[in-house]
Design a protein around this ligand. Structure first.
Ligand SMILES: NC(=O)CCC(=O)C(=O)O
Length: 316
């Protein structure tokens, strides 16, 4: 009789394996808390956009949110013409970056964590699509530059080329906060499952994807991709879109959503401006990983994902 495969017999070099650490041995974030997804209307008036986002964050915190997620490109219209005009030098802070100054101030004054959607970032002669994460002391905890630029061509439907103005980031971003270990992706990043697998392997409880899907791919792919990333990796996925403006050059799909570790949609909305409030309970991650022990059943002897950064840090 053929002997059954046992994962412990896998002949995978240990440096290449991506073990998923048990959720409760990582550090001690809040295990239950409220998240708010602020699906904001965005106009051409940057000052208004910043004040408007601040107001939504304050209202969400007053309703009990301890983590607030903002949309992709919430301080500027989503267009290659606008990115250079609305871009901010985040490193310079203060007046050079009124959007990050607002997020830092409001995180500190309300004592909440903010995953700040994204804004166009200027760094030297380059522009990035960048998400800043602030802790409840107002400190910038992490900065994620969109890794996969949205270059799409579906003739007669949608053509967009972020690479016309933007440069892609170089690093995956995973950050420890008071509300868990959070992996960050921006919109098109959600299509690349390897990034989500990597975040799960590094112990993420939640992946946040600020995103502005479009009217062609949104109906088919937006929820599908969120649920796939969540169910495959048995963790939470949160997305936040701008509200739809049918007159804008780029019309966003909306539908900001929270998905749980069983692939279930926990809270969502349509395309109008709205704040989605929902509870996250990280103990459900462990429950689902016990129900379906995918990590133990994975055939590491047949396939594997390489964590290149970890590999490089070991070889230097
Ligand atoms: N802003 C984006 O990355 C949009 C991604 C998108 O719409 C897609 O279909 O992917």
């Amino acid at each position: 009789m053929a002997s059954a495969y046992k994962p412990e017999q896998a002949r995978v070099p240990p440096t290449l394996q991506l073990p998923v650490p048990p959720v409760n041995t990582l550090f001690s974030p809040l295990f239950q808390f409220n998240i708010a997804l602020c699906q904001l209307s965005v106009t051409m008036d940057k000052e208004r956009n910043i004040a408007h986002a601040r107001k939504a964050i304050v209202e969400a915190a007053e309703k009990g949110a301890q983590l607030v997620l903002l949309p992709e490109i919430w301080n500027s219209p989503y267009s290659n013409d606008s990115f250079p005009v609305y871009a901010e030098d985040i490193a310079a802070g203060g007046d050079a970056s009124p959007s990050t100054a607002m997020m830092s101030e409001v995180a500190r004054s309300l004592q909440i964590t903010i995953v700040g959607g994204s804004i166009p970032e200027r760094c030297g002669d380059r522009l990035y699509n960048t998400c800043c994460v602030f802790g409840k002391d107002g400190k910038l905890l992490a900065k994620h530059r969109k890794l996969h630029l949205f270059d799409i061509d579906i003739p007669g439907k949608i053509t967009f080329k972020e690479s016309k103005t933007l440069t892609a980031g170089e690093n995956p971003t995973i950050v420890d906060t008071d509300v868990g270990r959070i992996g960050i992706g921006i919109c098109y990043d959600i299509r690349f499952q390897e990034l989500a697998i990597l975040y799960a392997a590094r112990g993420a409880h939640l992946i946040c994807y600020p995103g502005a899907f479009n009217m062609t791919t949104g109906p088919l792919h937006w929820e599908l991709l969120q649920r796939a990333r969540a169910v495959d990796n048995q963790l939470y996925v949160a997305t936040c879109s701008p509200a739809r403006d049918a007159d804008a050059g780029y019309v966003a799909w909306g539908h900001s959503t929270l998905v749980g570790p069983f692939g279930e949609v926990l809270a969502t909305t349509e395309h109008d401006e709205a704040t989605v409030m929902a509870e996250i309970d990280y103990s459900l991650i462990e429950l689902r990983r016990t129900n379906l022990p995918l990590e133990k059943q994975r055939r590491g002897d047949l396939y594997q994902l390489v964590d290149i950064q970890r590999l490089n840090s070991k070889s230097t």
